[in-house]
Design a protein around this ligand. Structure first.
Ligand code: CP
Length: 354
C-alpha cells in the first residue's frame, strides 16, 4: 500500500477522501495527522470521547494532574494560528500544558519570516525542525493537508492538527461538539435518532460542515439546516448526507422547528468572508436569533449549542438556562483536544491504566 510520501501532490490530491484517510492514519486507525472530519469513524469518536472523559476525571486531583503532565514532557508543540482565535488557541495551549508539553506560537505571519517572503511550505518545515507537533489555523482551505503531505517527504514528518482551515473544515471543533452532544444525551438514550438543527451562516461556517459529517456516524440523526437563503448550507453537504442515507431538511423557519429538535447549533454571521463591503449586513437575519421567547418554544430536554464566539444570535439572558450548553461545550474543547493529542502520541493506554 502507498504511504503519503510515495505520492506526488497531484497524485495525492486526486484521491477521494476515503482513499486519503488510511494514508493519514496511525496503525491503530486513529489519525496521525488530523486534517478533516471524515477521518473519524464511530470507533475513533467513541475512543476520543472515552479518553476525554477519563482525562477530565484524572485532572480533578493534584496527583492526576501530575500523572497527565508526565505523559509528554519530551514533546514540544508549535501553535501556528494566522487567523484570529480565542477558544481553539487557548484550549490547544491548555491541552499541551495538561500533557506536560512545551509550546511555541506564531499568531501573525507578519512576525515570522513569511513577512520576508518565505513560503508557507518552508515555514512549516522550519517549525517541524524545532517542534514535534504543529497545530495550525489558516485562512486557506487545504493548507493543513498540503503541509502534512509536504512534511511527509522530510526527515521530520511531525503530526499536523487542523485547527480550522478556510471556510471548509474545523475537525477538532466537531469533535468537541460530538463530545458535548454525547455528554448531554448519554443518560437519556444516547446520540441516536436525534434531530439536530443548525442555524445561521451555514454557507461559510466550517464548524457545521465538519459536525454534519461526523454526525453521519450515528444512527438515525436528522439534520435541519435553517438560514436565510443567501447563507444556506452548500449542496456538497446535502449530497454527502444523501450518500450516507441521512435525513435532512432545509428551511428558513427557525421558530417552526424549535419545538421539534433535540439540539440547536447556532452560528454567527461570518462577515469576515464578505466579498463586497456590507454584504452580510444587507441580509435580514432577525429571524435567526434566540432569546427568552425562542427558549420557550424549545423542548424541555433539548440543548442549545454554539461554537462561539457569538454576537447577538443568542441573547445573554439564555446563559443561565440549563439547556444552554455552550460554555460547557467550550470547556469540553480542552478535554477533547487533550485526548486527541494524547491519542496522536499513543498515550491512550497509559491513561486507561491510570
Ligand atoms: N469556536 C472557535 O473556533 O472559536 P475561536 O475562533 O475563538 O477559536
Amino acid at each position: 500500500m502507498s504511504t503519503l510520501h510515495d505520492l506526488s501532490w497531484p497524485e495525492y490530491s486526486a484521491l477521494s477522501i476515503e482513499q486519503k484517510v488510511p494514508l493519514l492514519a496511525r496503525p491503530d486507525g486513529m489519525p496521525y495527522h488530523t486534517l478533516f472530519a471524515q477521518q473519524f469513524g464511530r470507533k475513533e469518536l467513541d475512543r476520543i470521547c472515552a479518553l476525554a472523559t477519563k482525562i477530565r476525571f484524572i485532572a480533578k486531583s493534584r496527583e492526576g494532574m501530575a500523572f497527565l503532565a508526565g505523559l509528554l514532557p519530551h514533546k514540544r508543540a508549535m501553535i501556528y494560528f494566522t487567523q484570529p482565535s480565542s477558544r481553539t488557541f487557548l484550549s490547544f495551549l491548555s491541552a499541551c500544558q495538561i500533557l506536560g508539553m512545551r509550546t511555541g506560537e506564531v499568531r501573525d505571519s507578519a512576525v515570522s519570516s513569511e513577512f520576508k517572503g518565505e513560503s508557507r511550505e518552508d515555514s512549516i518545515r522550519t517549525f517541524s525542525s524545532y517542534f514535534d507537533l504543529i497545530v495550525m489555523r489558516t485562512q486557506e482551505k487545504g493548507l493543513a493537508e498540503h503541509s502534512a503531505w509536504a512534511l511527509s517527504s522530510s526527515d521530520r514528518p511531525v503530526p499536523i492538527l487542523n485547527a480550522g482551515s478556510g471556510k471548509d473544515q474545523h475537525p477538532t471543533q466537531a469533535l468537541l461538539d460530538i463530545y458535548t452532544l454525547h455528554r448531554s444525551f448519554e443518560k437519556r438514550g444516547g446520540l441516536r435518532n436525534r434531530t439536530v438543527m443548525y442555524v445561521g451562516d451555514l454557507a461559510r461556517g466550517r464548524t457545521v460542515r465538519s459536525l454534519s459529517n461526523l454526525l453521519t456516524n450515528y444512527e438515525g440523526i436528522r439534520h435541519v439546516f435553517v438560514a436565510p437563503p443567501q447563507l444556506q448550507i452548500g449542496q456538497d453537504i446535502l449530497d454527502m448526507l444523501r450518500a450516507h442515507g441521512a435525513e435532512y431538511e432545509v428551511s428558513d423557519d427557525m421558530r417552526a422547528w424549535l419545538p421539534r429538535v433535540d439540539a440547536v447549533y447556532m452560528t454567527r454571521i461570518q462577515d469576515e468572508w464578505d466579498e463586497t463591503k456590507g454584504e452580510s449586513a444587507r441580509i435580514d437575519t432577525s429571524r435567526f436569533k434566540i432569546g427568552p421567547d425562542e427558549m420557550r418554544l424549545l423542548g424541555p430536554n433539548a440543548i442549545l449549542m454554539h461554537p462561539l464566539p457569538r454576537r447577538d444570535e443568542i441573547s445573554t439572558e439564555c446563559d443561565s438556562d440549563p439547556r444552554a450548553k455552550y460554555w460547557r461545550q467550550m470547556r469540553n474543547g480542552m478535554w477533547v483536544r487533550t485526548a486527541l493529542i494524547a491519542a496522536t502520541f499513543d498515550c491512550g493506554e497509559a491513561i486507561d491504566r491510570y
